[in-house]
Structure formats: structure tokens, C-alpha cells
Design a protein around this ligand. Structure first.
Ligand code: GLU
Length: 411
């Protein structure tokens, strides 16, 4: 049998082809001349399954979609504090190439506008790296996200170099405020190289899935950046990823995303999937028109909106019963199930408090529990400690070691 997923993706492409048209960017002649009919959609799950439809082999330049990944590298290499010191995380509501800095601190407003992206570019690697070493580190890093060796489109790079006046102006402004501490031109050229890296929609889906998967590349199994970095990157994508239409995007599509002027869009839904779309004609914000339609459609069809309320955690307590046999009246068993987070653990605590056990022995049975997160573990652990304090003998049945009772019961 064949998976229904690629057929579904082909249907989505077909349905989203029609509608308001849009226009290729005229920023660079190579991008202006790109075939406007090219259309590709790829999806990668956090399990590493990649599906696609349309022109999935078509390469195009990554452009601004490189920004969240380079921001991730800067965070991994320099730490959150050092990066926040130079780049804020406030949505600007302005165009991507706006020449503006935060009043007072002179920091760029966020890493998704060019001022912030140029700054993030300089924060990758060890301090003191040459511009060339840094560009190499960025190419290697982007390749690790994609799981294959990516290359720079030299022709496009040269073309942008001749057109980079605005980015040079931004870089000079950053230099004058000591936000970047190097000469402006090499920084801008390195950034242009970063934007000229060639990818396919499948690469974008896998790269986005790495963000969705806490930095663990789901196909190669490589931890590309540490997990805490990802929360920061996805937050910034959610609030600042879609140029000046970030609020509209978050409410309608609800997937942390980033678009680029060559017509690509990535979407990364934490814990589920990465999406890569490509179609060159852009809307008035500079985002792929068909790409937006595809993302709206996927979000609706597959219930991918971040704010979609997930099933409530009420089913955590599976049963509470006495044991069988001669011990019957002496043991009360609380049998839990599923994934336990704070609200679910509170439900268990609440049930115990409302109806306290009258037996000598109390047992928490976690045989059917998939995972217990930190806050839930601490809350349940404290509850068990209090039961012990009240004179009960407490035990935990935990064959899969989801709970690590040793640590919560104090050994
Ligand atoms: N290289 C382009 C620039 O910096 C990228 C713009 C984009 O994709 O939004 O102007």
C-alpha cells in the first residue's frame, strides 16, 4: 500500500495554485527571472519521514530563511545573554530591510530583520574568527540542519554584492553604534553568501523539522544545536518571522515560520512537523502568495495551529483501587496513564487530597505512563513525601523508569 500523505500534499498544491497571483521580487535579476510556475511542498515529521509534492528537486536560494538558523548558531556559540545584549526580540512591524534600531540600546529590534540578521551573522563561531572562517561555519551549520552538504550560488552572490547598498548602510549604522565590531563590507558579503545558499523544499522541511524536534535532526540523528536554543528561535519566529505581517500570520496559520524573498517559507510546529514550501511570486509583504495559501490550508486540515487547545490532561488517573488478595485492605493503588504534565499531576494530587487513602500502603502505578515532565515529577514526588509524612508506606511501580522514584523520594 502507499502512504496517503504524498497524495494529500499533491491535492493541496493543486488546490492552492489558483487565486490572487503575486509577483516575483525585483531585488535581483536572477530572482526576478525565476519561473513563477515552480511550486513545491515538502513535509518532514519529527520521526524523520519526508514527504513531498511538486517541484521538490528544484533548488532556490534560501535568503531570509537562513536567519533563524544563523540566529540558532549564534545562540549555541555565544549563549543567550551575549546575543540578547546585541539583538532584541521585539516584533518591529516594519519591513525586513528597515533602517532602524531600538532607542537607547541601539540594538536591532529582532534577528529576523536585516539589522538583527547581520548582527547575528557576526556572532556565529568563536570571537576573532576571520570572515571566511565564519562563513564556512555558517555553511557547515546550515548543512547540518539540512543533513546534506549545501552550496552557495556564486552567480547570485555576485549579483547581490553589486546591489547591497542598503545592507551596507544598515551595517555601517550597526558599526557606528558598536553593535557590530568589525568593518561593514565583509560582514555584508558574508551575509549575502549566507542568503545565497541553495536549498530545495525538502531541505527546508527537514531543517524546519530539526527546529520542531528540539534541535535534533530527525533524519541524521545529529543534535545540531542544544535544545534550549530552539525555544528562543521558535519564539522569535512566531512573533517576528513573517516580515510586517507576523500578527496576522500567528492568528491565521499559528505555526512559527520564516519566509524569504526567493519564494520559500518554512513552518516548524514543535513536536510534530517541519514544512517547506516554494513558489516565487510574492504578496505585498514579500511572502510567497501560494506559500501562504498552502500554510493556511495545512494548518486548517491538519489542526496545526499552535493555539489549538490540545486534549485536556484529565485522563491521567486511570483507576484507583485496592489490591487483590490478602493484602486487600492494606494497599491503595493509584494507576496513572498517558503523558503527565503539571495539570495532569495536579489532577492526581487533587483526587488524593479529596479522598485520602485509609490504607497503610499506598502505591503509584506508572506502568502505563509514557512520560512525566519535570514539574509533574516534582509535584507528585512532594505528594508522595507528604503521604509518607502522614504515616503511609509509599511505593512506585515504574517498570519503564519514567519517574525515577529514587530522586523524588529522597532515596
Ligand atoms: N538577501 C536579501 C536581503 O538581505 C534577503 C531578503 C529576504 O529574503 O527577505 O536583502
Amino acid at each position: 500500500v502507499r502512504s496517503p500523505v504524498p497524495d494529500y500534499l499533491a491535492d493541496v498544491l493543486h488546490d492552492c495554485a489558483d487565486g490572487p497571483a503575486g509577483r516575483n521580487t525585483d531585488y535581483l535579476p536572477e530572482l526576478a527571472q525565476a519561473d513563477p510556475e515552480r511550486f513545491a511542498l515538502s513535509l518532514c515529521t519529527v520521526n524523520g519521514a519526508v514527504h513531498g509534492a511538486g517541484d521538490v528537486q528544484q533548488e532556490f536560494s534560501i535568503q531570509s530563511i537562513s536567519k533563524p538558523f544563523v540566529y540558532a548558531m549564534a545562540l549555541a556559540d555565544r549563549g543567550l545573554e551575549a546575543v540578547l545584549d546585541k539583538i532584541d526580540v521585539e516584533p518591529s512591524g516594519e519591513a525586513f530591510n528597515e533602517i532602524s534600531l531600538e532607542e537607547g540600546s541601539a540594538r536591532p529590534l529582532n534577528p529576523m530583520i536585516n539589522a538583527g540578521a547581520l548582527t547575528a551573522h557576526t556572532l556565529v563561531g568563536e570571537p576573532g574568527m576571520t570572515a571566511q572562517e565564519r562563513t564556512q561555519r555558517i555553511l557547515t551549520g546550515l548543512s547540518a540542519f539540512a543533513g546534506r552538504n549545501l552550496a552557495v550560488d556564486q552567480v547570485l552572490y555576485e549579483s547581490e554584492k553589486g546591489k547591497g547598498h542598503r545592507n551596507l548602510a544598515i551595517a555601517h549604522m550597526l558599526r557606528s553604534h558598536d553593535i557590530i565590531t568589525e568593518e561593514a563590507p565583509p560582514v555584508v558579503y558574508g551575509y549575502h553568501r549566507q542568503c545565497s545558499v541553495l536549498v530545495t523544499s525538502a531541505d527546508l522541511a527537514v531543517m524546519a523539522a530539526t527546529l520542531a524536534n528540539g534541535g535534533l535532526q530527525p533524519v541524521t540523528g545529529e543534535q545540531v544545536v542544544p535544545q534550549p536554543v530552539i525555544r528562543q528561535v521558535l519564539s522569535v519566529m512566531a512573533t517576528c518571522g513573517m516580515y510586517d505581517a507576523a500578527g496576522d500570520w500567528l492568528s491565521t496559520v499559528g505555526i512559527p515560520a520564516k519566509s524569504g524573498i526567493s519564494g520559500g517559507i518554512i513552518g516548524a510546529l514543535p513536536g510534530q512537523i517541519g514544512i517547506g514550501v516554494f513558489s516565487p511570486p510574492l504578496d505585498e509583504h514579500g511572502t510567497s502568495v501560494r506559500g501562504v495559501r498552502v500554510c493556511e490550508r495545512l494548518s486548517d486540515d491538519l489542526s496545526l495551529h499552535l493555539m489549538e487547545v490540545s486534549a485536556p490532561a484529565r485522563a491521567v488517573m486511570r483507576s484507583t483501587h485496592a489490591t487483590e488478595g490478602p493484602e486487600r485492605d492494606r494497599v491503595r493503588v493509584y494507576e496513572l496513564q498517558g503523558t503527565i504534565q503539571f495539570a495532569g499531576a495536579e489532577g492526581v494530587v487533587h483526587a488524593i487530597v479529596e479522598n485520602p487513602p485509609d490504607t497503610e500502603y499506598v502505591s503509584l502505578d506508572l506502568s502505563r505512563v509514557d512520560s512525566v515532565n519535570g514539574p509533574a515529577r516534582r509535584l507528585l514526588g512532594e505528594m508522595l513525601r507528604r503521604l509518607e509524612e502522614d504515616g503511609h508506606r509509599v511505593s512506585v511501580v515504574d517498570p519503564e523508569s519514567v519517574f525515577d522514584p529514587g530522586s523524588v523520594l529522597g532515596g
